[in-house]
Design a protein around this ligand. Structure first.
Ligand code: NAP
Length: 258
């Protein structure tokens, strides 16, 4: 298998490390600033656009860039490549084309600046993963898909994906159609953490990093944690401030830990 760090060109490796550094800065900024969309939306962030449109615009470009680099790359595409690409597509097709249309978010808006930053993140991520898969991933044989590492990663990915969708669905249905307010979510993993959807998202991309054993996937998993964790902490604080009867034993995102 040639997906290892040393198989990647030096410029790409430096770019990937720089990209991880940007993720750490973004982590620090979002701890301080609370990304202003969803329940944290507030004025002072410039022009806005409808929530649903924002989600669609934020999440669709990644697939375009990913496939442009993946298909344009010189590596002969095997079943393993298509499984990697298929899992990535599964997540983003859902996030861009299904999730926004399930939201009960009528009338809500998000700052264009937030959507713009998410687009930049997705363009970079699509480039790093697509370029790696299209150009420097020739060493995978079909036997990789029978290794414990691939199967363990796949289990994490599917578990995380399912948890993310289940929890988002539960949250979305706390509102009746036309409602805009918030309620305390309960049941399942919500009894342990405020944001099981975020926990699922992290688990999913850690699983992807494990099943690909590739540096850009590991950096993407790190970016996901750096991106989502501050939002989980902000949601958790917000619940505690808004609901005096909020369950005190609930953690923010990692059961029994944080
Ligand atoms: N990969 C990444 O870097 C990344 C970053 C952020 C988010 N995400 C993913 O994007 C999805 C959405 O994340 P998010 O943080 O925006 O989700 P969220 O705040 O948990 O909200 C999800 C949906 O449910 C509604 N909702 C949430 N809590 C509610 C409550 N207590 N009562 C009534 N309605 C409630 C929200 O309405 P409002 O919009 O009106 O609040 C929204 O429509 C998640 O799957 C998350 O994992 C990924």
């Amino acid at each position: 298998m040639s997906a290892g760090w040393n198989a990647l060109p030096e410029t790409y490796r430096w770019a990937l490390l720089a990209w991880l550094g940007v993720g750490m800065l973004a982590f620090a900024a979002s701890l301080l600033l609370r990304a202003p969309y969803g329940r944290h939306v507030r004025s002072g962030w410039g022009p806005t656009l409808p929530n649903r449109l924002g989600w669609l615009l934020m999440e669709l470009p990644v697939l375009v860039v990913f496939y442009a680099f993946f298909l344009g790359g010189s590596v002969p595409k095997t079943s393993v490549h298509w499984v990697f690409a298929g899992l990535f597509t599964l997540h983003y097709a859902h996030r861009a084309l299904i999730f926004p249309f399930r939201l009960r978010t009528d009338g809500k808006r998000m700052p264009l600046a937030v959507a713009g930053m998410a687009v930049l993140f997705n363009l970079a991520n699509g480039y790093f993963l697509g370029h790696w898969l299209g150009e420097w991933s020739s060493g995978y044989s079909a036997a990789w898909m029978q290794t414990p590492q691939f199967l363990g990663g796949l289990l994490l990915f599917i578990g995380g994906f399912s948890l993310n969708i289940w929890a988002d669905d539960r949250l979305i249905h706390l509102r009746k159609p036309g409602e805009t307010g918030y309620r305390i979510p309960r049941g399942g993993l919500f009894n342990y953490v405020s944001c099981p959807n975020h926990f699922g998202e992290m688990m999913e991309w850690v699983g992807f990093a494990v099943l690909t054993a590739a540096a850009p996937a590991a950096v993407f998993a790190a970016w996901t944690v750096l991106n989502v964790l501050p939002r989980s902490l902000a949601h958790h604080r917000w619940y505690r401030e808004k609901f005096p009867d909020y369950p005190s034993n609930r953690k923010a995102v990692w059961p029994f830990v944080l």
